[in-house]
Design a protein around this ligand. Structure first.
Ligand SMILES: C[S@@+](CC[C@H](N)C(=O)[O-])C[C@H]1O[C@@H](n2cnc3c(N)ncnc32)[C@H](O)[C@@H]1O
Length: 201
């Protein structure tokens, strides 16, 4: 049975959607006691009895290693970037919190588990974190939206590719992600030459 952990569930209906798709081993966490209480009430009322909702901090996950098939978050990682300062060079506290979250997610995922992150954070700001060298996952994403984009990141533990490895090794310092190479990548304008004009209307 696929086990799923949802981070920062708030009032989201994501767990109901998963349940209706046949995934019943769901654990939702949120830092807010009020959100947890409301979510528990709603799920019980609708008969989703197996779904667990717990008050917990995603920066300090109270679960053992290698226990979930999937960890998912939707717009929760975003809260860590509030007051992060320059997005190209986030405050050290932001970096520490994001890395604590990701290290926890990586730890609780089973060896071939998936981390799914649904976010407005653009790849050039997320990749330095996702590609940090301590992680064994591969990093892919799908872009949605028209004009205002959001991203569906899929990170597969144990499936790190040589491209992910290269990105990680080109960082200056091994444990702290740096965005500068992605900044250089944009300034270098190579991305313009990779643009396929035929795909534009
Ligand atoms: C922007 S809301 C997103 C809620 C939900 N995922 C959705 O898509 O509607 C962020 C949620 O993350 C929760 N949150 C913030 N910091 C958290 C933390 N450290 N651990 C767990 N949940 C947290 C907040 O209480 C809030 O419910």
């Amino acid at each position: 049975m696929t086990s799923v952990l949802e981070l920062g569930c708030g009032n989201s209906r994501l767990s109901e959607g998963l349940y209706n798709d046949g995934i019943t081993a769901i654990t939702c966490i949120d830092l807010s006691a009020v959100a947890v209480e409301k979510m528990q009430e709603r799920l019980l009322l609708k008969g989703y009895k197996e779904v667990k909702v717990l008050e917990a901090d995603m920066l300090d996950l109270p679960f053992s290693n290698d226990c979930f098939d999937v960890v998912i978050e939707k717009a929760t990682m975003e809260v860590l970037f509030v007051n992060s300062g320059d997005p190209w060079n986030p405050q050290p506290e932001t970096v520490t919190k994001v890395m604590a979250m990701l290290e926890g997610v990586h730890r609780v995922l089973k060896p071939d588990g998936l981390f799914i992150s649904v976010s407005f954070g653009q790849p050039h700001f997320r990749r330095p974190f996702f590609n940090a060298p301590q992680f064994t996952w591969s990093v892919e994403w799908i872009t949605f939206g028209d004009g205002f984009h959001y991203f569906f990141y899929i990170l597969r533990k144990g499936k790190r590719s040589s491209a992910d490895e290269e990105l990680s090794q080109s960082h200056d310092k091994p444990l702290v992600p740096t965005i500068s190479m992605f900044h250089e990548e944009l300034e270098g304008e190579d991305y313009i030459f990779r643009t396929n004009i035929d795909e534009m209307d």
